[in-house]
Design a protein around this ligand. Structure first.
Ligand SMILES: Cc1cc2nc3c(=O)[nH]c(=O)nc-3n(C[C@H](O)[C@H](O)[C@H](O)COP(=O)(O)OP(=O)(O)OC[C@H]3O[C@@H](n4cnc5c(N)ncnc54)[C@H](O)[C@@H]3O)c2cc1C
Length: 390
């Protein structure tokens, strides 16, 4: 049960263009119509609503900032952010699917790929005909991806890839994986690994309590022969995957606001209707305190998103600024979700309301794409000039 209302306490709508607001409304309506009614059932069954991949493509959620000549939307960063916000009002797992496809698969192919790679993959990924995934994390290398063991060697007209990746969103269903691996010289390169290549498998991870409506899995490479034309020519080193993460983290900072808004609006409506001690919950000071703090936190996060989006449009958003926004907004959303869950009392844990699902989802969002503490240390390095995480 979601709501279409949105707090706009500082009149940020004055700062968005009509086109951006129209895009936001379109995605919001889509979420209300096609996600909200049964997302809880999918999450309870731990099932990804796969039919949505095609629908996401149809409404332009995949690659909105990629130029139209490759099937993208040619939109700006604020429009992309608003899309992430609205999708995550529905579910963080579904926003994860959008982030991975747009920022971690289409973006690196667009930014680092050859013309042939772009023409082959981007239109199919934009339309939802193909689904992609992004393989960086390994069983022994999460926060420290530079230590990765997955590697490939030159074998004439192809390379041979060995290793494995863990915790990969979309992997069990993906048609193509953007995989980061080391060459013989120990340099990190990006490879496009296609479903069906011999020696490539994508086992699913089960028993998750979080992001249950999106699929997560492994990528396993056993002597996979990959044509050389599948190596991304445009980048070498850790800056390749980190460049993608900047794109995705930007969307997460916005998405978290969407999850928080859904929790806040659910609590606001519930407190108006729920009577205890002969009065609506909304009339008690402690409830009003919680609501006021939630609105303040959401408003601050909205302002950060807007400013970060305008900086990004000007090509000026830095990695550290994106880290701050991702970290602060996800922490904010978790706090709002926890408060909202308490406000609903016992009902707060019920699937009849979206709050517990958001809360559990956000426990992944606070960890993936750089953990809460790693982003803190990125900011610490920015302040002091000293990297404390190495
Ligand atoms: C549902 C889900 C989906 C995901 N999807 C993807 C995906 O699509 N692609 C992908 O590549 N990865 C994905 N990930 C992986 C995710 O990015 C990693 O889980 C994350 O980077 C953390 O790595 P780790 O789990 O190995 O934790 P670790 O790196 O082992 O960290 C464990 C704890 O130690 C802390 N820590 C680590 N190093 C330091 C340090 N130097 N100083 C202080 N504290 C430290 C961390 O902050 C954390 O709290 C996903 C994860 C989840 C849960």
């Amino acid at each position: 049960m979601t709501t279409s209302a949105t707090p706009d306490f500082y009149a940020l709508d004055d700062l968005f263009t009509d086109e951006q607001k129209l895009i936001r409304q379109t995605v919001r309506d889509f979420v209300q119509r096609e996600i909200a009614p049964d997302i809880d059932d999918y999450a309870q069954r731990a099932e990804f609503p796969r039919h949505l991949v095609k629908r996401f493509g149809e409404i332009g959620l995949f690659g909105p900032t990629i130029p139209p000549e490759y099937g993208g939307g040619g939109l700006d960063a604020l429009a992309y952010g608003l899309m992430c916000q609205e999708i995550e009002r529905g579910d963080s797992g579904l926003r994860s699917v959008v982030s991975v496809q747009s920022s971690l698969v289409m973006w690196p192919i667009f930014a680092y790929g050859s013309e042939e790679q772009k023409k082959k993959w981007l239109p199919k990924l934009a339309s939802g005909e193909a689904l992609g995934c992004f393989g960086l994390t390994e069983p022994d290398y999460g926060s420290n991806p530079g230590g990765m063991k997955t590697h490939f060697h030159d074998a004439g007209d192809h390379v041979v890839l060995n290793g494995s990746k863990l915790w990969i969103t979309n992997s069990p269903l993906a048609d193509v994986a953007v995989v980061w691996a080391k060459n013989e010289a120990g340099k990190i390169r990006g490879l496009l690994v296609e479903r069906g290549m011999e020696g490539f498998s994508t086992p699913e991870i089960h028993r998750k309590w979080s992001l249950r409506a999106s699929t997560t899995g492994e990528l396993v490479f056993e002597n996979v022969k990959i044509p050389k034309e599948n190596v991304l020519p445009g980048v070498e080193g850790l800056r390749g995957p980190l460049g993608c993460l900047d794109q995705a983290r930007f969307g997460i900072a916005w998405g978290a606001v969407g999850a928080a808004i859904d929790c806040y609006e659910t609590a606001r409506r519930y407190t108006a209707e729920r009577i205890q001690f002969d009065r609506p919950l909304a009339s008690f000071q402690l409830i009003q305190k919680k609501m006021a703090e939630m609105l303040t936190a959401i408003t601050q996060a909205q302002l950060v998103c807007w400013r970060l989006g305008t900086l990004k449009n000007e090509g000026k958003a830095t990695t550290a600024q994106i880290s701050m926004a991702k970290r602060a907004n996800v922490a904010m959303a978790l706090e709002v979700a926890r408060e909202a869950r308490q406000i609903l009392g016992g009902m707060g844990i019920s699937g009849d309301f979206p709050i517990m699902r958001h809360l559990m989802n956000l426990e992944s969002v606070v960890t993936y794409e750089g953990t809460h503490d790693i982003h803190l240390l990125i900011l610490g390095a920015e302040i002091t000039g000293i990297q404390a995480f190495k």
